[in-house]
Design a protein around this ligand. Structure first.
Ligand code: 3HC
Ligand code: NAI
Length: 686
């Protein structure tokens, strides 16, 4: 139950917000807080106030469950105004995460003290809105327009030390004496008779107008498709005028975005992430298993990237490869990636060296003996993987988790190569592993609950998003990708050009079209897999037969002259496509962009419905997360399942049925789950 308590420490009133789990500013909390502030102001014995929170964090923002519903006062912006009007000094004592409305509350206090591990930020743009409690006006007044823009437009957080240096907080305490430090500061302010320091009364230091022009073009490029970051620039730009006018502008934008479609969509993504962490048959009281040391087998593209993630999270890792040259290449690439990621994050050189020092290269599988977790990332070859797991069974210590990074192989068959299948699962990282947030956690039939739980905790420790999937070919993401690739191939056969298809998908919101992406990854990888399974994608196969493997061979769907990464349309591709068309007796015809989108997205949704029905995917939200975080599906469209509901599942069903007939493709016939849901008048989420 939410509570806001008022205690006294002599002449200082301590107002404590207690609304587990994250002290969100629900209506009940806001109302109680407003009353407590009034109480403190009207009590003559109180000379100053400290606002603090119980539990693990300071206020982490507005209550997202209530956002978007009719709002009743006092709103956060009203409480901020109330604090501005307080004649007695108010100090915020911040621990954990002061986010969104939480930071806005702190900004309206007159002084701020933070625990050293606190993090502060205004992440509203990630929910498709902007701060609506005066944050866009007070933050620039606290730290200047440029740093405020950086924080508000990205939604990133900063640590307490950086906040101190920026002028966002006035002092740091240790966690244990946070309250005491805040009370002591309040006492000093009273003793020195210092008047409340109100951000409202400050002007934002002037900046050139180009700052906002540049911020708009940067935001339009970096957050293409998202509305909130651009609107956030407008709101911060308005802070350069007087406070009241700027606040009015913020409130108008905030209200407009709350009514808009992206808020509902991104709130869905937020809750899908929280939901993905819940696995219903996993006991919650499993004793935690510490992963103090890891080993990676295979120092190639993936192994090196995965080793980097472990070292970055402070976990010592042995990177093993059987080939000395490959190991050296892998280490060199890893170092380059680590250095550039450290530069981006302003990581000091000493810290980079410390983390690099956690990686121990080795040519002997036996060096995996002391690892609590081994991740295998050797070539995509089942007998090779089985033989490595057979050896790991002999080498690894009892209780070690044995994971494979396979993209397509059957994790059950890999587990069967050991006498401890309960300890085996898949950890499917995405490329580049140190950048991509998604890890599909593949639960095989014998995987023990404790192994799954420990792996989920580990992936979170690597600051990635784990999504549990079943051990079926291609799991969830790649299985759906296969459907898209098949249809993309057929679009070329039918008359679309690679650039038409890519452009339609980029306009839909993907960072890259399917053909540009395949050229980057290499056509040969999926060609090999198709051959092994006796599957043909006529155009892709013909391009591979002509030695066009993508960027690495200078030509694939596009031509890459002189090592360029920008593909150009290539006549040879068109000739190859024309000959495939002729061989198959297909007449070329133009395909409209809208049809391209339908033909690429709906078959994926259809396949996803089958994966849901068979239990390979647990929830539609998991599928949305996989495609947003692993394949660049635009988050502001909510993922493929959410998108299908927006379009109307009945429409998706009708188009699939039509395509199945028109293209003579049985796999496109609407999945039974879709038929059932449509018959019941439901979508995936209703
Ligand atoms: N409102 C309601 N519930 C919230 C919430 C919020 N703002 N933030 C977190 N929760 C809930 C989660 O749904 C979850 O509930 P569950 O256990 O029932 O699934 C629980 O709190 C714990 O959350 P996490 O699992 O995410 O816990 P973590 O410790 O991993 O992370 C956190 C904590 C960093 C606070 C993270 O939850 C987070 O980033 N929350 C959202 C913060 C945010 O976006 N704030 C801005 C809100 S908009 C706003 O403030 C508008 C204002 O300008 C007026
Ligand atoms: P890669 O070819 O870049 O690297 C494989 C490495 O394994 C090589 O360095 C090789 O020397 C080493 N190796 C081979 N046999 C070995 C053995 N017996 N002992 C130790 N090392 C051995 O391959 P990549 O791309 O890193 O893929 C690795 C795995 O990750 C594959 O299963 C692949 O399907 C999967 N994967 C690949 C992705 C990608 O985009 N490249 C994405 C996700 C998963």
């Amino acid at each position: 139950m939410a509570e806001v308590r008022l205690e006294r420490a002599g002449e200082i009133a301590i107002i404590e917000i207690d609304n587990p789990p994250v002290n969100a500013l629900s209506h009940a909390v806001r109302a109680a807080l407003a009353s407590r502030i009034d109480e403190a102001m009207t009590d003559d014995a109180v000379k100053a106030v400290v606002i603090t929170c119980a539990g693990r964090t300071f206020v982490a923002g507005a209550d997202i469950n209530e956002l978007g519903k009719p709002r009743s006062p006092p709103l956060t912006v009203d409480i901020a105004a109330q604090l501005d009007d307080c004649a007695k000094p108010v100090v915020a004592a911040i621990h954990g995460t002061a986010l969104g409305g939480g930071l806005e509350l702190a900004l309206a206090c007159h002084w701020r003290v933070a625990a050293p591990d606190a993090r502060l930020g205004l992440p509203e743009v990630k929910l498709g809105i902007i701060p609506g409690g005066g944050g866009t006006q007070r933050l620039p007044r606290a730290i200047g327009a440029k740093p405020a823009l950086d924080l508000i437009v990205s939604g990133d957080t900063i640590g307490a030390q950086a906040a101190l240096e920026a002028g966002l907080v006035d002092a740091l305490a240790t966690r244990d004496d946070l309250r005491a430090t805040a009370v002591a500061l309040a006492r000093r302010i009273v003793a020195e008779k210092r008047p409340p320091k109100r951000l409202r009364d400050r002007a934002v230091p002037p900046v050139p107008a180009e700052l906002f022009t540049r911020a708009r073009s940067d935001a339009a490029r970096r957050y293409r498709g998202f509305e909130a970051p651009l609107k956030a620039v407008d709101a911060v730009a308005a802070s350069m005028t007087c406070f009241d006018d700027g606040l009015k502008r913020e409130q108008a934008i905030f209200a407009e975005l709350l009514r808009g479609p992206q808020f509902g969509t991104l709130r869905h993504v937020f809750f899908a992430e929280r939901e993905a962490a819940k696995i219903s048959d996993l006991p919650t009281d499993l004793p935690p298993r510490e992963i103090a040391q890891a080993a990676i087998v295979g120092a190639g593209t993936m192994g090196g990237g995965i080793a980097l993630c472990f070292a970055d999270a402070g976990i010592p890792v042995t990177l093993i490869d059987s080939d000395r040259a490959a190991l050296e290449r892998g280490l060199a690439a890893l170092r380059r990636n680590f250095e550039s990621s450290a530069r981006r994050r302003n990581l000091p050189a000493a810290e980079l060296d410390k983390r690099l020092g956690l990686i121990k290269p080795s040519l002997r599988l036996a060096d995996a003996a002391s690892a609590d977790l081994v991740v295998e990332a050797v070539f995509e070859d089942l007998p090779l993987k089985q033989s490595i797991f057979g050896k790991l069974d002999e080498i690894a210590k009892p209780g070690a988790i044995l994971a494979t990074n396979t993209s397509y192989q059957d994790v059950n068959l890999i587990a069967a190569a050991t006498k401890r299948p309960a300890d085996v699962l898949g950890l499917h990282f995405f490329s580049p592993a140190h950048v991509m947030r998604l890890v599909e956690v593949v639960r095989a039939s014998a995987t023990a609950p404790a192994v799954l739980a420990a792996s989920l905790a580990l992936v979170r420790k690597l600051r990635k998003l784990p999504v549990v999937v079943g051990a079926a070919p291609g799991f969830v993401g790649n299985r759906m990708l296969f459907e898209r690739a098949r249809e993309a191939d057929r679009l070329l056969r039918d008359g679309a050009l690679p650039r038409d298809v890519d452009q339609a998908m980029v306009e839909f919101g993907f960072p890259m079209g399917p053909f540009a992406a395949t050229d980057l990854a290499g056509l040969d990888i999926s060609w090999r897999m198709r051959k092994a399974r006796g599957i043909s994608f006529p155009v892709a196969d013909a391009l591979c037969e002509a030695g066009r493997f993508g960027q690495k061979t200078g030509k694939g769907y596009y031509r890459y002259d002189g090592g360029s990464r920008d593909g150009m349309a290539d006549d040879e591709t068109e000739r190859i496509v024309a000959s495939v068309r002729e061989r198959l007796g297909v007449t070329s015809r133009p395909v409209a962009a809208g049809v391209i989108v339908e033909r690429l997205i709906y078959p994926m949704v259809n396949q996803a419905a089958r994966l849901l029905e068979s239990g390979v995917a647990l929830r539609p939200g998991d599928i949305d997360l996989i495609w947003i975080n692993g394949y660049g599906f635009p988050a502001w469209r909510g993922g493929p399942m959410f998108y299908a509901d927006q379009v109307g599942l009945a429409n998706v069903r009708d188009r699939l049925a039509h395509l199945a007939r028109e293209l003579g493709e049985k796999a496109l016939a609407p999945a039974p789950l879709i038929e059932r849901r449509v018959k019941e008048g439901r979508g995936f989420y209703s």
